[in-house]
Design a protein around this ligand. Structure first.
Ligand SMILES: Cc1cc2nc3c(=O)[nH]c(=O)nc-3n(C[C@H](O)[C@H](O)[C@H](O)COP(=O)(O)OP(=O)(O)OC[C@H]3O[C@@H](n4cnc5c(N)ncnc54)[C@H](O)[C@@H]3O)c2cc1C
Length: 448
């Protein structure tokens, strides 16, 4: 395939991806004196919105209260203060704090970008990167629109991959078969009496319920949940002292420490959440000390439970789900999807793991699980080194991608969800912002 090189767009740094991680990197780089005009962003959509905040539905709220949802990791008041003067949202206030609409957080990020860049246009190419290659003095980046760019350094910030169906599925996405519900645009096309099945029971399913409740959906909703539970509600906890993790070198020791810390009380209680958050504060360092096999074992066996406790739903979202369940409109089915067929007269027929089946007019994939095509390709071609036998890249604590010879690469970096197996709890905005701030500081120091 031939690519058109665009030399006028050469950059000191190319950021691959256009979500929150990319925006946070630009803001922290500018804060550290890096000229935004030396950066080229490659990725679709409004910079900063990404998969997480680029949603249309007002019912899709942040699942973290405003003072903990941070672009500036040490400034708990930054977003709440901005929100006070820029967001009109009487429903944001809850017993557990302020939970704003996700789309409003995207506006906040955008305002911070404008402030950081002095409102000068940032260079952004609205394409998807399909490959990268090392060249003399940097990297060549190839895009799906057949353009190519040169950057002295490269930051991979590709974020949350598009979710895939949890089973092989031969049917095309449509208004009755929704594979990626994150944007919320599908809500506008829903027949209010349709029978809906949500596949999966995490925060994406909670968003879908909240969106349907806001539109006053009347039809029945079934929700497939492998473990029979929905995410717990956020509570109004206050941060305490961080927990000092002992030296843990095995999955069993790691789990033992966590269970000892969390076994007393109930996760609905603020005091439990305070202990959980204290545990989280040093977890990434403890995680990085474990052998990769032990990390993978923990992810397989306890990952679902950790995610459930970690990613709580906003009170507004939990209210919506609770009301639907109380009315008898929402039914939880403890099973998993095994097959999907189209019928002539009864919509979709779903085969379940427990041998049962059910019919629905609309099926929505709420599993949230996907594979990043670029990361996978770069691993397959040896540009990224897998961590152990996993499908995740090896990344140093300084966010440098590990080269095949085991040394950290000085010009190739990775940030955000793709670094979770290597670096620990780095999915939420504040953790990603802390990575971006660290990256900006290290680039600043290296350039001196
Ligand atoms: C639906 C959803 C809701 C969330 N809500 C919250 C929340 O309320 N609070 C919280 O703290 N965290 C939340 N998160 C966690 C979220 O991961 C982080 O907050 C943060 O947004 C991650 O930013 P990111 O840029 O790494 O990822 P993303 O938001 O996924 O953005 C990545 C961007 O890169 C682009 N991209 C991907 N591949 C390529 C490529 N090959 N070439 C070019 N561009 C590419 C994508 O199109 C996308 O725009 C949520 C996540 C999701 C998916």
């Amino acid at each position: 395939m031939t690519y058109r090189h665009c030399p006028d767009q050469d950059a000191s740094l190319i950021i691959v991806g256009s979500g929150f991680a990319a925006a946070a990197a630009v803001i922290h780089l500018a804060h550290n004196g890096f000229a935004p005009s030396d950066i080229l962003i490659i990725g679709p959509g409004t910079l900063g919105a990404g998969q997480a905040y680029g949603c249309k539905a007002d019912a899709f709220r942040l699942n973290v209260r405003a003072d903990l949802q941070r672009l500036w990791p040490d400034h708990s008041d930054h977003f709440p203060q901005w929100a006070k003067t820029h967001i009109e949202d009487p429903q944001a206030k809850t017993h557990a704090g302020l939970f704003y609409r996700r789309a409003d957080f995207a506006r906040y990020v955008n305002a911070q970008l404008e402030a950081a860049t002095g409102k000068k246009e940032l260079r952004q190419v609205p394409a998807r990167v399909v490959d990268i290659r090392p060249v003399q003095q940097g990297w060549q980046v190839f895009c799906d629109d057949r353009t190519a760019y040169h950057g002295a350094s490269l930051l991979l910030a590709t974020g949350n991959p598009e979710p895939q169906w949890p089973i092989p599925n031969r049917f095309e996405d449509s208004s009755t078969l929704i594979r990626t519900p994150w944007r919320g645009d599908w809500l506008e096309q829903i027949d209010p009496t349709a029978a809906i099945c949500l596949v999966g029971s995490g925060l994406t399913a909670m968003d879908a319920l909240s969106g349907l409740a806001e539109r006053d959906h009347k039809g029945p909703i079934s929700l497939l949940t492998p473990h029979g539970i929905l995410p717990p509600e956020q509570v109004g906890w206050e941060p305490g002292d961080p927990f000092l993790w002992p030296d843990t070198r095995r999955a069993s020791e790691f789990l033992h420490v966590a269970l000892q810390m969390l076994k007393a009380g109930f996760w609905e209680e603020p005091e439990w959440q305070q202990r959980f958050s204290a545990l989280r504060s040093g977890i990434s360092t403890a995680w990085q000390q474990l052998p990769v096999e032990d990390r993978m074992k923990l992810q397989r066996r306890a990952g679902w439970l950790w995610s459930l406790a970690r990613f709580r739903a906003s009170p507004q979202t939990v209210d919506a789900a609770r009301n639907m369940a109380d009315r008898g409109q929402l039914t939880l089915i403890r099973s998993a999807l095994k097959s999907l067929e189209s019928t002539r007269s009864a919509g979709w027929q779903l085969g379940l793991a427990n041998e049962a089946s059910l019919n629905a007019d609309i099926v929505i994939n709420c599993t949230g699980v996907g594979r990043d095509p670029l990361i996978r390709k770069l691993m397959a071609t040896g540009r990224l080194t897998p961590l152990g036998k996993s499908h995740s890249p090896a990344v140093s604590p300084g966010l440098q991608v590990i080269s095949p010879d085991g040394s950290p690469c000085d010009t190739l970096f990775c940030i955000g969800p793709a670094t979770a197996l290597a670096l620990g709890d780095v999915m939420g905005a504040t953790s990603v912002a802390a990575q971006a701030a660290g990256f900006a500081r290290s680039l600043h120091t290296a350039e001196k």
